[in-house]
Design a protein around this ligand. Sequence first.
Ligand SMILES: Nc1ncnc2c1ncn2[C@@H]1O[C@H](COP(=O)(O)OP(=O)(O)OP(=O)(O)O)[C@@H](O)[C@H]1O
Ligand SMILES: [Mg+2]
Length: 247
Amino acid sequence: MIQINEIYKSFKDLEVLKGISFDVHEGEIVTVIGPSGSGKSTLLRCINHLEEPQSGSICFDGEEFRYGSMDKKEIWRLRQKSSMVFQNYNLFQHRTVLENITDPLIHVQGMDKQEAEQTALALLEKVGLSEKAPSYPRKLSGGQQQRVGIARAMAVKPKVILFDEPTSSLDPELVKEVLYVIKELADHKQTMIIVTHEMHFARLISDKVLFLDDGKIAEQGSAEEIFDHPQSARLKSFLEVINLDKF
Ligand SMILES: Nc1ncnc2c1ncn2[C@@H]1O[C@H](COP(=O)(O)OP(=O)(O)OP(=O)(O)O)[C@@H](O)[C@H]1O
Ligand SMILES: [Mg+2]
């Protein structure tokens, strides 16, 4: 069980997150939707301490991390518990697919090379890319690169995987293969927080949906509550615009 408490984040005078709190249960999929600029990416980056919030905390099964006062060791421990999948994959282009997964296992986790390679190969098999292990990322399609990104995030066996619009850099025909891998993870009860504009996917996969507006959770509920019975005027108009965009 993960509890996120009262995260506040400003960039100079700009207050971006204005007290965000929510719980994620083990195996739950939480999706975060909301207008551009509402703070979705900032929220994920704060959770993983890629940005430092001014205040707030996150608690994993009773182990609390307080933002604003974490030392390097704590940040490292936090990142063992939460790993991030980026919109633009963030793979090292001069390292092979296999090395992109083994490097952090060897250099950050201190795993020996042979064990790291076995771990990486097993993960590549899970995302359907065993045969790409010796290739360099630039030889892979966007969808394949993102699947490597997902395998890399899984490698530390995190409590939660954070996805920031994992399909938004992909051509439509490649979106499916990445969503399929995420769906597989969901079927295996991997806890995830996913920022997405794929509303059909969010509806299909979410146990809970958060609607972020202007740095606050304006509404939250099950997929059915959020998509079929939105309460606030703000969410209703957001969903209307999203639906109009499709046609
Ligand atoms: N490093 C930064 N420095 C200053 N301002 C920032 C920084 N990162 C984000 N912001 C600002 O914070 C606000 C929220 O940005 P964020 O990227 O979290 O939005 P978002 O909801 O992810 O939007 P999108 O749907 O377009 O990805 C924006 O006004 C943005 O300009
Ligand atoms: Mg964003």
